[in-house]
Design a protein around this ligand. Structure first.
Ligand SMILES: Cc1ncc(COP(=O)(O)O)c(C=O)c1O
Length: 294
């Protein structure tokens, strides 16, 4: 392996040559999406908010009924794969699946597959264009709030967004409330209030979202959880997204794709003042020189 590989891969117990690493054709993550995952930002090779990501991995796995290796095993794997990646920016993906299983939804009782991959990060800068799609998140479904490898609905929504030049799709839930993006949480500024859907909307408990809520609490622009309608989104003064790879990202344009025959568009001048405040709160707490594992 070269000193600066394009990817560092740790699979089932050891670092592997990225060109050789393979999971089984019978892996239940591959065949039926029976798996969970995490995506972390690597800052100079260090995983950001590792403890919170490992906690969420355990919560997602518990929700799926998957066994998780011990914390020590997970952390040692993270150390090995980030060590191989080097002190560079990037992204770390941790995937845990049900391991080899039958060709249907039933599980076979095999040991889980644990895969860690460090690669270069899609650096997300500037403003986002989002598209509100007509498909709904089922906030009462078995996978609500879990970060699972059953992300097919997100793939379809993001592809629809990409067709109109958007880089993120927003979804509502079965109650027609605003929920989240396919890989991000959404924030709406209304007057002097910064609002984001509550976890009961079915959105993922985003770690960037949670850290921003904590960091902004008690400051001049606290962020509140609030049930939001599509009208709140359409009427918003500002909109921004959060995620591990986006941090706080302003939204400049919204396409409304709920009616495929009428593509409405809303534009915002970015970044809006409260988005700037939130981005500042974020970078003061977690930017260069800030906490690495808050
Ligand atoms: C569906 C969904 N919502 C929200 C997020 C944002 O979460 P985080 O801030 O932990 O990256 C993600 C992350 O990829 C996601 O997949």
């Amino acid at each position: 392996m070269s000193d600066h590989p394009d990817a560092a891969v740790w699979l089932d117990g050891a670092l592997r040559d990225p060109a050789e690493a393979r999971v089984s054709w019978a892996d239940h993550g591959l065949t039926v999406g029976d798996g969970v995952f995490e995506t972390l930002k690597l800052v100079d090779g260090a995983p950001f908010a590792l403890t919170r990501h490992l906690d969420r991995l355990r919560r997602s796995a518990a929700g799926m009924g998957l066994d998780v290796p011990d914390d020590g095993v997970l952390r040692a794997a993270v150390e090995e794969v980030t060590g191989a990646w080097g002190a560079r920016a990037g992204r770390l993906r941790i995937t845990l699946t049900g391991g080899e299983g039958p060709m249907g939804s039933d599980r076979g009782g095999a040991a889980p597959t644990l895969l860690l991959v460090a690669t270069s990060g899609r650096s997300v800068t500037g403003s986002s264009t989002v598209a509100l799609v007509g498909w709904t998140r089922n906030e009462q479904g078995a996978l609500a709030g879990l970060k699972t490898t059953s992300y097919g609905e997100n793939v379809v929504a993001l592809a629809a967004a990409a067709r109109v030049g958007a880089d993120e799709a927003l979804v509502t839930n079965t109650r027609s409330e605003l929920c989240e993006g396919t890989g991000s949480n959404v924030f709406v500024v209304t007057g002097d209030r910064v609002l984001t859907p509550p976890l009961g909307s079915g959105c993922l408990a985003g770690i960037t979202r949670e850290l921003l809520l904590e960091a902004a609490a008690g400051g001049p622009s606290p962020v509140e959880e609030s049930v939001l309608t599509v009208q709140d989104l359409l009427d918003a003064d500002e909109v921004f997204l959060t995620s591990s790879l986006r941090d706080v990202q302003p939204v400049a344009r919204l396409h409304d794709l709920r009616d495929p025959h009428a593509t409405a568009v809303r534009d915002w001048t970015t970044p809006g003042p409260l988005t700037v405040t939130c981005a500042q709160v974020w970078s003061d707490a977690f930017g260069p020189g800030g906490a690495v594992d808050p």
